[in-house]
Design a protein around this ligand. Structure first.
Ligand code: PEP
Ligand code: MN
Length: 576
């Protein structure tokens, strides 16, 4: 294969190209645009372009060439290559550091060695050249012992020079990323399974949120953005084009959907192409996401169906097991109101015999004028409460954009009744990998509820706990009507564990204990109840919140004998 490279023989581009094509025949080119022209005109079978260095950043000359080179479809990107870059200072035989007057290299290479040069050759003149190996060639040609070049070690051998200092780059992890390409009709084998990356250029208008829209189109679908670079638009001062690299090929359903969305709203979208990613490049940081369920064949038996796991699924959070035989009692305030308040509530939940702590940091309120939760502060306070009590935390997430944030702090994500059919939220919550507490919508049928759970399972997360929390009926005497039919019925229909929230069902605290016990009798594997140190002062749902005494009494009934066991254990442990 004849491969066009920027620079002469012995350059880093050649070394990178040899990682892909060990037996290549190099076709040296002066500048990156000559590399492109060389392949376009058929003087080489493929070409390689340096695109980014891990120390210095983007190779802007390459970026500025990409649209022209790949925007018209004549050429096609094929592979990404990562090359560890070690810089060698080289000179004529007999040269030494003390005698050097000038050091030549490509500006990117000089930039990578700034620390070493500043320390060892502070008075030497640094001269930019077109390429690294080309500088070695100049030093050899000039025959002057006062000259040296910085280039790859192999350039010294190629041009009859000797190394004066090796590995002088500022950081040993130094790497450069290259892209290889061919003419669109040329056959260059690629692995069928990738992994692939896609590169694109997006030009956006000066409107709030227009760049975010591009990133969100990928983020909402679990597609990883691996690089983002902006370059000024030459003929339009203060406007920019954004270069985006993402994981996945342009034909992958998720990437294709995102590109369609961006294409509809961006001022301009140029898809530069998809190519095989280097195996230990940026993609290794991202968790792969399954293809969306509507692009694959519908399973004969839904994933939620009991027949898929007749023994019943157990969802474990530490040593708490939903569906494991012992009921799990989740308790806490409707909203996290302050740090002191959540710490106090957590302590009373732990002391009373609760297994997990609940508390909303983001609240779905009927009125926009009501307290909306403390947001991130609330999440931090919940994490603090977990630290102090050891109780795992479940908290609600309201929108897909906030999933990573809430998942960072919570042990379990709650999808609230109002969001049961918010499908982008269900997918994003699933991808977080955290167990999900899926509340039934107040107006949702059992079938709709199970299909919402199916969304989560289909996106790859098996840890779903259903939660019946009352439905809206003609009855106005209570906030909602607890549907115990549903509890008993879903146990037949699905292998997923189901818990009950008697607090939101009843809307009044006195009904919570009897409804909770009835739910356990109907087959619920746990309860989630609202508790407040002082219910009459609660910022939300005070009327239905248990006070500390009511909670302790309920906990005793949910975990009969636990108190007794604790006493026995204490007595045994304190025996001399
Ligand atoms: C809550 O748990 O505080 C809550 C808002 O619940 P639901 O979504 O069931 O109304
Ligand atoms: Mn509530």
């Amino acid at each position: 294969m004849r491969i066009a490279i920027q620079g002469t023989v012995g350059s880093f581009s050649e070394a990178a190209a040899r990682r892909r094509w060990p037996d290549l025949e190099p076709v040296p080119c002066r500048e990156v645009q000559d590399v492109v022209a060389c392949v376009r005109e058929g003087r080489a079978d493929a070409g390689i372009l340096p695109i980014e260095n891990s120390l210095i950043g983007s190779v802007t000359t390459t970026y500025d060439l990409l649209q022209e080179a790949f925007g018209d479809g004549t050429l096609r990107l094929t592979h990404e290559v990562m090359l560890p870059v070690h810089a060698t200072l080289m000179g004529l035989p007999g040269a030494d550091l003390a005698g050097l007057r000038r050091v030549l290299s490509h500006p990117v290479a000089l930039g990578q060695c700034r620390i070493w040069l500043g320390k060892h050759l502070p008075h030497v003149e640094l001269v930019s050249a077109w390429d690294t190996a080309g500088s070695a060639e100049i030093v050899a040609r000039e025959g002057n012992r006062g000259l040296a070049a910085i280039a790859a070690r192999q350039a010294a051998d190629a041009h009859g020079l000797v190394p004066l200092a090796e590995r002088i780059e500022d950081d040993p992890s130094n790497q450069t990323r290259f892209l290889t390409f061919t003419r669109a009709d040329a056959h260059v084998p690629q692995s069928a399974n990738g992994p692939f990356k896609t590169s694109l250029i997006v030009c956006v208008d000066h409107k709030p949120g227009s760049l975010a829209l591009t990133l969100q189109a990928f983020g909402a679908r679990g597609v990883n953005v691996t690089a983002l670079q902006s370059r000024p638009e030459r003929s339009k001062p203060w406007t920019y084009r954004f270069y985006v690299d993402v994981g996945g090929a342009a034909g992958d359903p998720r990437v294709a959907e995102a590109l369609e969305e961006i294409g509809a709203l961006a001022a301009e979208l140029v898809i530069l192409g998809s190519y095989e990613a280097w195996p230990d490049g940026a993609l290794r940081f991202a968790t792969p996401v399954p293809t969306p369920a509507h692009y694959v064949q519908k399973p004969e038996i839904p994933l939620v169906d009991r027949r898929r796991n007749p023994a019943g699924t157990v969802v474990a959070i530490g040593d708490r097991e939903f569906g494991g035989g012992t009921p799990v009692l989740i308790a806490g305030p409707c909203s996290v109101e302050s740090e002191a308040m959540i710490l106090e509530t957590a302590a009373l939940v732990a002391a009373g015999g609760g297994d997990m702590l609940r508390g909303g940091a983001y609240k779905p309120r009927t009125s926009p004028y009501d307290f909306q939760g403390l947001g991130v502060k609330g999440l931090r306070y919940l994490a603090r409460a977990r630290e102090e009590t050891g109780l795992p935390v479940v908290t609600e997430v309201l929108s897909w954009e906030e999933v990573p944030l809430v998942a960072h702090f919570a042990d379990m994500l709650q999808i609230g009744a109002r969001n049961m059919q918010n499908f982008s939220l269900l997918r994003a919550a699933s991808r977080s990998g955290k167990p999900i507490l899926l509340k039934r919508g107040a107006g949702a049928t059992i079938e709709e509820w199970l299909m919402a759970a199916e969304y989560i399972l289909a996106e790859g997360n098996p840890n779903v706990v259903l939660c019946e929390r009352g439905i809206r009926t003609f009855e106005r005497a209570t906030r909602h009507t607890l549907d115990l039919n549903a509890v008993a019925l879903v146990r037949e229909r699905t292998h997923l564990p189901v818990v009950v929230d008697p607090s939101h069902a009843a809307g009044v605290s006195s009904l919570v204990p009897p409804l909770g016990l009835a739910a356990l009798a109907a087959g619920a594997c746990g309860l989630i109840v609202e508790v407040h140190p002082n219910p009459s002062a609660a910022l939300s749902d005070g009327f239905q919140s248990l006070d500390p005494g009511q909670f302790a009494a309920l906990a005793k009934q949910v975990h009969p004998g636990r108190d007794q066991r604790a006493k026995v254990l204490k007595a045994v442990n304190s025996e001399p």
